[in-house]
Design a protein around this ligand. Structure first.
Ligand code: GTP
Ligand code: ZN
Length: 362
């Protein structure tokens, strides 16, 4: 496995990454992409071979938190051994995007889901799963992670086209620029629009509640994949053969899809800066409130409340924003804290919000 730029480009190694590698380092190491993370063992690829890999001791010892470890999708600098059958990861190349979630507990600690994803398909089915509030939550997370969101409305075979247009309208009412595609894996309508987005070299992920049809869609896309049956076999720490399925799947057309176990349990995410992007117009208004620590609930000179009164900001959107703020604070707390705080929650929210505002101001 010798670094070959053309092969790497096919895997998504664009100029941005190259610009973020020290030329001296790139002369010394090979560049590869992480396609499987399994506890402390990894599988990397250069586009030619899949090779089992471990972290170099220096990286292990200097890692201060989870974000210092490789995630699926990461670009890494490696050294190869034993006729290119084993690799040691020396460095993680700067990430363009990182999907992570907060682990339960008091400490601010994260679990990495995947790195360097270009676009996220947020899947909601057009039956009872359709829920604008949940959609907003996903959007916050995706925006926060620096990933482009695309909404896929699955099971379009269950609704009339009028009703589907109505739901898309509902989404566009609150998020006009968002790309929304209805599709059905059952009758295959709209699938070609999804496939049109799968440009070679781009990396995608599928997000959404259990049962919305992510696996069915993925099977449709993988059905045409040359990597369909390819699994990674390597020895685990006890020397047994372990079969790990590939978590970065390359589709026949050259696009890649991340499918990690962590991706499937992503209902509970923490929200922070993504909130500002998803509710950009409200954040802009909040900057004009008279008081720095305005809670936008009853203050004199609150620009957010004024906009609601004037009708330039819809009451519903305002309520969603307030609910999201409450939840984001709530999510950041541990379970025990949540139970303790449950009753005095309103009061707590206000304190934290004031605190956050202050942090921003100074
Ligand atoms: N009517 C209809 N049903 C579908 C469609 N796609 C999937 N389903 C059904 O929806 C159910 C759930 O589909 P999955 O693909 O397993 O859903 P998932 O999102 O992968 O769920 P998890 O694996 O739990 O995350 C299955 O019974 C599918 O047959 C569709 O386009 N139309
Ligand atoms: Zn205000």
């Amino acid at each position: 496995m010798i670094t070959n730029l053309q092969t790497l480009e096919k895997l998504g190694f664009e100029k941005w990454f190259q610009d973020h590698v020290d030329p001296e380092r790139s002369a010394e190491f090979e560049i590869a992409r992480v396609i499987v993370v399994h506890k402390d063992r990894y599988t990397i690829t250069s586009g030619l071979d899949d090779v089992p890999a471990e972290l170099v001791g220096k990286l292990l010892f200097s890692a201060a938190s989870a974000v210092d470890y490789p995630a699926v999708g990461d670009w890494v600098l490696v050294k190869l051994y034993d006729g290119n059958t084993f690799a040691v990861i020396h460095e993680i190349i700067q990430r363009k995007s990182l999907l992570k979630r907060k682990t339960p507990g008091k400490k601010i600690e994260f679990q990495l889901i995947a790195a360097n994803i270009d676009a996220a398909f947020i899947v909601q089915s057009l039956d009872h799963n359709f829920n604008l509030r949940r959609l907003e939550r996903y959007l916050v997370m995706v925006n926060e992670s620096n990933i482009r969101p695309v909404v896929l409305l699955s099971k379009s075979d269950l609704l009339t086209s009028d009703k589907i247009a109505g739901r898309i309208g509902q989404i566009h009412e609150i998020m006009p620029q968002l790309q929304v595609l209805p599709f059905s894996s059952n009758n295959e309508s709209g699938l070609e629009h999804v496939k049109d987005l799968l440009k070679p070299g781009l990396t995608f992920c599928l997000l959404g509640s259990s049962g919305v049809g992510k696996t069915t869609l993925l099977n449709h896309l993988i059905g045409e994949s040359v990597f369909k049956t390819k699994t990674v076999r390597e020895k685990d720490s006890k020397g047994r053969h372990a079969t790990t399925s590939r978590q970065l799947i390359t589709l026949a057309g050259g696009a890649m899809v991340v499918d990690t176990p962590g991706m499937r349990e992503l209902e509970n995410f923490s929200v922070e800066t993504g909130l500002d992007e998803t509710f950009a117009e409200i954040t802009a208004l909040a900057g004009k409130c008279r008081f720095n620590d305005c809670s936008h609930t009853r203050e004199q000179g609150c620009a957010v409340l004024a906009a609601v009164t004037e009708g330039t900001l819809s009451e519903k959107r305002y309520q969603n924003y307030m609910k999201m703020i409450r939840e984001s604070i709530f999510n950041d707390m541990s379970y025990v804290e949540k139970r303790q705080k449950d009753k005095q929650f309103a009061k707590h929210c206000k304190t934290v919000m004031t605190h956050r505002k202050r942090q921003k101001t100074f």
